[in-house]
Design a protein around this ligand. Structure first.
Ligand SMILES: [Zn+2]
Length: 158
């Protein structure tokens, strides 16, 4: 009985996240679906069209996705944003359109692992830097278990 009562009240979990009931509907369902579809198309054309080294079609899809996101103010997940180059809108696929390496500009080099920076270098020359050495346990909001709703119920659910 008491357990039920505490479940219904909103509370803060260990990570400081306020636990509230999930929304019944998604506000921007059409925009989310469109962005999702464009992302899938862009990744597909980058991965399977090896003749086109310019990735024209794929970049157009990614560019469209970015425009829709800006116009509708839909928030993209960090995992999606990290897969698109900001300069040329190429989808970042390792060995195909980008290469990744660890850079350490500390005076003592790799002896100071806190200065490790993961660099994603796109084919166009644009780079994304992630200072992984600072906090190796860092996870984005969506990477923390339980923060993103499992709407399809593929993982069991409640
Ligand atoms: Zn690029």
């Amino acid at each position: 009985m008491q357990e039920e009562r505490t479940k219904q009240q909103s509370e803060v979990d260990d990570n400081g996240v306020l636990c509230i009931r999930p929304p019944r509907t998604a506000g921007n369902k059409e925009h989310l679906q469109r962005i999702n579809y464009l992302m899938q198309l862009a990744v597909f054309h980058t991965a399977h069209n090896s003749k086109d080294t310019f990735q024209g079609l794929s970049r157009e899809y990614a560019s469209n996705m970015d425009l829709i996101q800006k116009k509708t103010k839909v928030a993209l997940m960090p995992t999606v944003k990290r897969r698109v180059c900001k300069q040329c809108r190429r989808i970042q696929l390792p060995t195909k359109t980008m290469r990744s390496y660890i850079e350490n500009k500390s005076k003592v080099g790799r002896l100071n692992p806190k200065a490790d920076v993961v660099v994603y270098q796109c084919r166009c020359g644009g780079v994304k830097r992630f200072p992984v050495g600072k906090d190796r346990t860092y996870r984005t909001y969506t990477e923390i278990e339980g923060n993103v709703l499992d709407l399809e119920g593929t993982h069991g659910g409640d």
